[in-house]
Design a protein around this ligand. Structure first.
Ligand code: ZN
Length: 187
């Protein structure tokens, strides 16, 4: 799908350090990668380019990550199979980080636990957003779960840090590549 497209040069602004332990990895960085095999890698890369999001590495993939913790002090990451933190970096996009997970264990019990967790933290939840063509790129046999802080007024520590960083160092998105990918058939 991405044959012949050079993603590693010309776009990386070279600023991916947020703190000593937290980094933003752009989809056109050689370090970019998601969980899963070749199809998931291709699907995740395509999704990230079209969604204009970058990975946030170095924080735990749960609500504690949104408050900036590197390690989850509890067990909530078990709710978020293959979970990764992402941040929108497209021009004009408000940098609202979110967690995207792909779970094999989706069912009523899981959903009720997830809803309780989201309420406790004030998070919004989107399940199976766009199917395989959207958040569900990992695999058709998983269910995608996207959570983020619904509060539009108060910024969580990670949001505040990311907003400052992206304002100070705007990222030029490879629009020409995104346009080409958008015209190609889905996996
Ligand atoms: Zn946690």
């Amino acid at each position: 799908m991405l044959d012949g497209i050079e993603l590693t040069s010309g776009y990386d602004v070279g600023v991916d350090r947020l703190r000593a332990d937290v980094r933003i990895v752009l989809p056109f960085s050689p370090e970019f990668g998601v969980f899963g095999g070749d199809e998931a890698q291709a699907g995740g890369l395509r999704w990230a380019l079209l969604e204009r999001v970058a990975q946030v590495r170095g924080v735990c993939a749960c609500a504690h990550g949104l408050v900036g913790l590197v390690v989850c002090p509890g067990e909530c990451t078990r709710l978020f199979d293959h979970g990764m933190m992402w941040v929108p970096v497209g021009e004009g996009a408000y940098p609202k980080p979110f967690l995207l997970a792909h779970t094999y264990g989706y069912g009523p019990e899981y959903r009720s636990e997830l809803d309780g967790y989201a309420r406790a933290w004030g998070l919004d939840v989107v399940v199976d957003g766009g199917g395989l063509a959207g958040d569900g790129w990992y695999s058709g046999s998983t269910t995608s779960v996207r959570v983020w802080a619904a509060d539009q007024v108060n910024l969580w520590p990670l949001e505040r840090d990311l907003a400052l960083l992206l304002t100070a160092y705007p990222v030029r998105w490879p629009d020409e590549i995104v346009e080409r990918i958008g015209r190609e058939p889905l996996l």
